[in-house]
Ligand binder design. Structure first.
Ligand SMILES: C[S@@+](CC[C@H](N)C(=O)[O-])C[C@H]1O[C@@H](n2cnc3c(N)ncnc32)[C@H](O)[C@@H]1O
Length: 260
């Protein structure tokens, strides 16, 4: 593809979770337009001559509006550049990748989408929590925390979420109390275990365990980016969490067995 845009998922944080396809295109890119959750080690994979443009958001505000990001994509693609639009996790999971792809399609700009490992799936693994487990959890859902925070009348049916075994909320740090309340109101057990995983898969990963009832009344301190995981599978962390680097600075391995 000469002069076009690759919408690329950078994975949840650990640079080694970048896909080979993403790495190959990053090494060829003339321009890399990247978001806040893309780490320096991943950006370092781009050619030294590549133009790196930060368009992420701080504290919930876009530093560039979506329409200005769209204009940048067109500007460089029309110059014949290979443009990588690099996003944390997977571009189509709460990453506005779908919107950007539609925009490019509407303008006739050639584009390709390269999936990444979403934080919703990669982060629990590094914390020793399986999303499904035979006999314990047969279903999981990935849900935005944004709606509970900003919308009085959320389009999310919290009652129906009580039928799903494992729930992974993204962007839910500031709405965690409200989410827990709504889930309990919708029928979930206040004693159900929950985990918050901050900066998952990175050297700064931190796991906070609690219960739904506690989060609904006095939520533990958590900093973004974090995922809020609800479900009985959290209990497996005690057995599987050994592979996590608990004391950062110490080895991430236990008895020489790799963590995945
Ligand atoms: C705008 S959404 C983007 C999600 C991304 N497209 C994905 O697939 O992971 C940002 C949210 O993803 C979650 N997130 C991303 N990276 C994370 C990480 N390393 N650890 C914990 N949560 C993360 C947080 O909930 C954060 O607020």
């Amino acid at each position: 593809m000469a002069g076009g845009v690759y919408i690329v998922g950078a994975g949840p944080g650990d640079p080694e979770l970048l896909t080979i396809k993403a790495l190959k295109i990053l090494r060829k890119a003339d321009v890399v337009i990247y978001d806040r959750l893309v780490g320096k080690e991943i950006l370092a994979c781009a050619r030294p001559s590549a133009l790196l443009l930060y368009v992420g958001k701080e504290d919930g505000h876009h530093s560039l509006t979506q329409s200005r990001i769209n204009k940048l994509l067109i500007k460089y693609a029309e110059k014949g550049c290979t443009v990588v639009r690099l996003k944390g996790g997977d571009p189509f999971v709460f990453g506005r990748g779908g919107e950007e792809a539609l925009f490019l399609a509407s303008k006739g700009i050639p584009f390709e989408v390269i999936p990444g490992i979403t934080s919703a799936i990669g982060v629990p693994i590094y914390a020793g929590i399986p999303l499904t487990y035979r006999g314990v959890a047969s279903s999981f859902a990935v849900v935005t925390g944004r709606e509970a925070e900003f919308k009085k009348e959320s389009t999310i049916d919290f009652g129906s979420l009580s039928g799903i075994d494992t729930l992974v909320f993204l962007m839910a740090v500031s709405s965690r109390k409200e989410i827990a309340r709504r889930l309990i109101k919708g029928g979930r057990d206040p004693a159900e275990p929950v985990a918050f995983i901050e900066e998952g898969t990175t050297d700064s990963q931190r796991v906070v365990l609690s219960t739904l009832g506690e989060v609904a009344t006095s939520p533990p301190l958590v900093r973004p980016p974090a995922i809020f995981l609800v479900g009985r599978v959290v209990m497996f962390r005690e057995k599987l969490g050994w592979f996590e680097r608990r004391d950062y600075g110490e080895a991430r391995f236990y008895d020489g067995i790799g963590y995945i």
